[in-house]
Design a binder for this molecule. Structure first.
Ligand SMILES: CC(C)(COP(=O)(O)OP(=O)(O)OC[C@H]1O[C@@H](n2cnc3c(N)ncnc32)[C@H](O)[C@@H]1OP(=O)(O)O)[C@@H](O)C(=O)NCCC(=O)NCCS
Length: 164
């Protein structure tokens, strides 16, 4: 079951994000605090949890606004995506991603970007958009995006301040 986060979920989300990223070689352990910082700044504009049959929070996904060449343009960053290690590879991450993107689209979002393994994210419609690049050069190789409405933007995409 996927639903929006509620205030009482915050500690469980923090713990889930910590456990999901702990084994990942590329993680510096900052992801749980990132979620809290985004929320604290009012930038966690869409935050979904997946509730397991055991009534536990098994997955989480967050979306935050970005700017492109300094302008608010209805684009969002999808990050982080976290699934509890015990329930990974059961479709929870995919369901969170698809549900999140559909909800954003319903709210009138124009596009969504992600930084991650292209082999995973390209199945959800993320692709290289020529002329659209993240500010951080080290993200470029793993940066993908998808247009939800309108035309593909060009420019430099900057994440919410909590990303640093
Ligand atoms: C990445 C993650 C969110 C995927 O969620 P999930 O519920 O385990 O994945 P799903 O069951 O929806 O999808 C499974 C498929 O994705 C693939 N997949 C899962 N994680 C992947 C990864 N990091 N890179 C590439 N492929 C991946 C699986 O091989 C499987 O492929 P198949 O359908 O061809 O067999 C989850 O594994 C996770 O939380 N990982 C740790 C945190 C993380 O890396 N988050 C993403 C940071 S960019």
């Amino acid at each position: 079951m996927i639903r929006r986060e509620e205030p009482q979920d915050q500690a469980a989300i923090h713990d889930l994000v910590r456990r999901a990223f702990a084994p990942m070689w590329f993680s510096d352990g900052s992801e749980p605090d990132l979620v809290d910082a985004l929320r604290g700044a009012g930038d966690l504009v869409l935050s979904l949890v997946a509730v397991t049959a055991a009534d536990e929070i098994g997955g989480h996904i967050g979306f935050s606004p970005v700017t492109i060449d300094g302008a608010d343009c209805g684009w969002f960053q999808m990050a982080p995506v976290s699934v509890s290690p015990e329930v990974q590879l059961q479709g929870i991450g995919s369901a969170l991603i698809r549900t999140g993107i559909a909800a954003l689209q319903e709210q009138g979002a124009r596009g969504v970007a992600v930084v991650g393994n292209p082999a995973y994210y390209e199945r959800f419609g993320f692709a290289i958009i020529p002329g659209l690049a993240p500010l951080a050069e080290h993200d470029a190789q793993f940066f993908r995006a998808q247009v939800l409405s309108g035309t593909a933007p060009q420019g430099t995409l900057r994440y919410a301040p909590a990303f640093g």
